[in-house]
Design a protein around this ligand. Structure first.
Ligand code: 6R9
Length: 648
């Protein structure tokens, strides 16, 4: 923990959307008069029918129901495109920076965006997609990914983006889970100088699907790929056949906009459902205030559109605000460790938003890579995805920001739609490692994990919950409202439970301490330990496995897998490699265990429950606080595990 306090510069505060006094006044109104506050904020959108009912929400365990602007009608794509045409048709909406630094960047104006999204929407219609249908996107970071999202919104279809790093198996599971009518993909995805065969992966996935959707393929590299007659369609061929204009569909504010599958502590990933009106108000407002976005600024969020950060802060928030948003196809270290900074200099980026894991990785490469580039255009720096350690925060502040760019450490989740805890650049003094204070309308509480009692002292520690709803909140789990209630509203009744531990200091600053459930955070990506375990036990030589997180210097957390083999199988290094490849295939590269320890037995209670607490301690190399192991069915297994703890 750091005690340093970084005050917003008076120059910046004077020009910012909110200074300290404005923040306090707006925050107070947002919690004392949510109807008035969020009713006014609805004006940031163009409504086909303006809402009169603003907030209708209940966190009561037996009646969880969340509705915002429920009688309003709008179209999200019209709000992100059409309404800007008159005033900023020729302004760049999307700057696309390709993987190859020598290939030309694209500047897509709002007028171009309109034309492309209309065409794309008509192609979807031609393929039979209509209001309420689901469309899965398995895409590289190319403008067509944004076109596809906005085209779905235009025709009232619900998109579900699957990160292109996920395997064919993971893709198949998500296609079936939402019952997709169409899957949009590309021939190949170039990243870091290598091409991922997306279409081939999608073909494998289709072979495993129970449903039989159609496939729409974007040509990105021109690589040679097989097409299945009557099932697969090229976007460019379809576009030649359809009309240019597409009238946006009128949608209810509570109609789903997208589903995004995310890892939870148990079972298969959950289909997080976000709806249209509240989500867009919230994405737009947070983008404007948290990044202090002003007309003409160039905004860059380095996330992938496969994650919620890409949804809210590459596509929906910025475009709703008529911003110029940069989309980057590549990786931070290709062709060299200066790429992020080269792109910032090339496009004169004003707001830069990335993850702590990227900062730590680049910090390790040395500051020469940063100093080569002119970063004078930068005004605001942001981080998201995991707690940022003060060392990385200070490097970001000094080396990248030269001490003149406020850092916004934004805590939020797939479930929350947008930022919940975050500084505002002109309003909040920051402390390295703290996500600081709540955004407007957000009422964090800290509960005692055991007694569920609200901690009323300012300085407190426990689990982080939210007392009341905000417009960007998820509404349900796709097709399974009980699961939504079970996962977020059951352990602590009357509250939304975030799954994160948290400390509030004497100044009322919030410090996220990490997940308190069986979710681990690997390079800012959420991974359920249960998912990795079920992938491992699906291997014929594995009898049992338990997966935990452990501290990792760059990734934040690494994946530590204890594996018990079937009787008679040899624990060899080859088998270890085989299991790594297996998990990559089952889930994707991000789920590959960093360390696999052969466990002749796992520590279990007499009732057969695996004692994860002990396994976590061993993985953390913290052997002194294993606690009482005498109640275990076989206490001796712990000695074996301690003795054979894997070394990095
Ligand atoms: C947006 C996003 C959510 C989980 C969340 C928490 C962790 C995100 C953080 C942070 C500390 C921050 N997290 N931002 N922890 N400080 N600024 O990342 O969504 O992928 O759903 O992950 O990430 O543990 O619960 P998602």
């Amino acid at each position: 923990m750091s005690r340093e306090l970084f005050q917003p510069s008076p120059g910046l505060a004077a020009k910012a959307h909110a200074d300290a006094a404005t923040y306090q006044q707006m925050y107070d109104r947002s919690v004392n008069d949510p109807e008035g506050f969020w009713g006014d904020q609805a004006d940031r959108l163009d409504w086909i029918k303006a809402p009169t009912r603003i907030k209708n929400t209940s966190f009561a365990y037996d009646n969880v129901s969340i509705k915002w602007y429920e009688d309003g009608e709008l179209n999200v794509s019209a709000n992100c495109i059409d309404r800007h045409l008159e005033t900023r048709g020729d302004q760049t909406a999307i700057i696309w920076e390709p993987d190859d630094p020598d290939a030309e960047a694209q500047h897509i104006t709002y007028r171009d965006l309109h034309a492309n999204v209309c065409k794309f929407a008509n192609v979807l219609k031609e393929m039979g997609v209509g209001k309420g249908d689901r469309v899965v996107l398995y895409m590289p970071m190319i403008p067509q990914a944004a076109y596809a999202m906005l085209a779905c919104a235009r025709v009232g279809a619900i998109h579900s983006v699957v990160f292109a790093g996920f395997s064919a198996d993971a893709l198949a599971a998500r296609i079936d889970a939402c019952g997709a009518a169409v899957v949009v993909t590309a021939d190949e995805a170039p990243r870091g100088g290598r091409n991922t065969p997306l279409k081939v992966n999608a073909d494998v996935a289709f072979g495993k699907c129970k449903s039989s959707p159609k496939m729409l393929v974007v040509r990105r590299t021109g690589g040679d790929i097989p097409m299945v007659d009557g099932r697969d369609f090229w976007l460019h061929e379809m576009e030649a056949r359809v009309a240019d204009d597409c009238v946006p569909e009128a949608m209810n504010a509570e109609d789903p906009l997208f589903i995004l599958y995310t890892s939870g502590s148990t079972g298969a990933p959950k289909g997080v459902v976000h709806t249209s009106g509240g989500y867009l108000v919230y994405a737009s407002m947070t983008h404007q205030y948290v990044f202090d976005y002003h007309d003409g600024d160039i905004f860059w969020c380095t996330a992938d559109v496969g994650w919620v950060t890409g949804h809210s802060y590459i596509v929906y928030g910025p475009l709703a605000n008529g911003a110029t948003t940069l989309m980057f196809e590549g990786v931070p270290t290709y062709p060299d460790a200066g790429r992020f900074w080269a792109v910032c200099a090339k496009h004169k980026v004003n707001q830069f938003y990335t993850a702590p894991t990227a900062i730590r990785a680049l910090m390790g490469q040395g500051k020469e890579w940063v100093e080569k580039h002119d970063l004078s255009s930068l005004r605001i720096l942001g981080t998201v995805g995991e707690p940022i350690n003060p060392e990385a925060w200070n490097w970001y502040n000094d080396v990248v920001g030269h001490g003149r760019c406020p850092i916004v450490d934004t805590w939020w989740q797939t479930e929350t739609g947008g930022h919940l805890l975050t500084p505002l650049p002109g309003a909040t003094a920051t402390k390295p490692g703290s996500a600081t204070k709540p955004f407007f309308g957000v009422q964090p509480v800290i509960l005692d994990a055991q007694t569920a009692e609200e901690q009323t002292e300012t300085a407190a520690e426990g689990v982080l919950c939210l007392k009341d709803s905000w417009p960007g909140q998820m509404r349900t789990c796709w097709g399974d409202h009980d699961r939504f209630v079970q996962a977020y509203f059951t352990d602590y009744k009357g509250y939304y439970f975030s799954g994160d531990g948290c400390r509030r200091d004497a100044d009322g600053y919030y410090w996220i301490t990490g997940r308190v459930d069986d979710v681990i955070n690997v390079s800012g990506h959420r991974m359920g330990t249960a998912e990795v375990e079920s992938a491992l036990v699906a291997h014929p030589k594995v009898s049992e496995s338990a997966v935990v997180g452990y501290p990792h210097p760059v990734k934040g957390q690494g994946i530590y897998a204890y594996v018990t083999l079937m009787a008679g199988e040899d624990p060899t290094d080859e088998l270890r490699k085989e299991l790594e490849v297996w998990v990559r295939k089952e889930i994707g590269p991000i789920a590959k265990p960093d360390l696999i320890q052969w466990a002749p037995g796992l520590p279990k209670t007499r009732s057969g429950k695996i004692m994860r607490r002990i396994l976590r301690k061993i993985a953390e190399n913290d052997f002194d606080s294993l606690g009482d192991t005498s109640t275990l069915a076989e206490p001796a297994v712990v000695d074996d595990l301690v003795e054979n703890r894997m070394k990095e």
